[in-house]
Design a protein around this ligand. Structure first.
Ligand SMILES: [Fe+2]
Length: 248
């Protein structure tokens, strides 16, 4: 497999280049404007990877994306959830869809909660086996934490419903095998998470199953209450960044 993680440590962001080394086909996931279109294209060139599509796990509210600019530069599809309220044209991702790029397969799971359009991407190396090897969880499951449910919908009822969605998304992610690598979109002190978010950018499903306090909350009501209890103040610029990411 082709695999490269490009990070912005200041914002606590992970972005990814993932591909099949035999066919050379691959994707970029959650590219960051602060890294820049050119850096992703040069990285793909260095890796011997042709960027077939650009995927996003959700419409981000903490950083400006360069996904749309990257797709325009390369004339490739921009893929985001079918629930994304973007005003520009995109190729929708739907639940339980499998994408193929040579031996790299990616299953799309809708994992709402942080946003309605949140998806997780389960990665398979079909040249080696049929089991998943990693999952990109966006802002659903973090290392030691879960994504906050209050950056889009205001009002206690809407936030509670979003937190309940997050509960079911986390339960679904826990059906993955222990060895599955966990790569969220954020780590450290990212404003998309809470006070328990770990500084490590990566974990495994098995480790989170054992030690993530939110995974241990089997009662959805307790999960919702605890999620709301530990919310940090929302970042001031969230709305303007989200608007920028929703428009061309
Ligand atoms: Fe987010």
């Amino acid at each position: 497999m082709i695999w490269k993680v490009i990070q912005n440590p200041t914002l606590g962001c992970n972005s990814f280049l993932i591909g099949d080394e035999i066919s050379g086909q691959g994707v970029v996931v959650d590219p960051l404007a602060q890294v820049g279109v050119e850096a992703y294209i040069l990285s793909a060139h260095d890796l011997g990877m042709q960027i077939i599509e650009v995927l996003e796990t959700h419409v981000h509210a903490d950083h400006v994306s360069c996904a749309l600019d990257l797709t325009k530069e390369l004339s490739v599809p921009y893929r985001i959830s079918r629930h994304a309220p973007a005003v520009f044209a995109f190729t929708p991702l739907a639940d339980d869809t499998r994408l193929h790029y040579g031996a790299l397969a990616i299953d799309v799971w809708e994992t709402p909660g942080h946003t309605k359009d949140s998806v997780s991407l389960i990665l398979y190396d079909l040249a080696r086996g049929l089991d998943p090897w990693a999952v990109l969880t966006g802002d659903s499951l973090f290392v030691g934490d879960v994504g906050r449910p209050d950056l889009v919908d205001a009002g206690e009822t809407a936030v509670r419903l979003a937190a309940l969605d997050q509960y079911h998304s986390i339960q679904r992610l826990m059906t993955l095998p222990d060895w599955t690598e966990l790569w969220p979109a954020h780590y450290g002190s990212s404003p998309c998470g809470g006070i328990f978010m770990n500084r490590r950018p990566q974990s495994t499903i098995g480790y989170e199953r054992r030690f993530n306090p939110f995974v241990h909350m089997s009662d959805p009501d307790i999960f919702v209450e605890e999620t709301l209890r530990y919310l940090k103040p929302p970042p001031e610029e969230a709305e303007s960044i989200r608007t920028a990411n929703l428009t061309a």
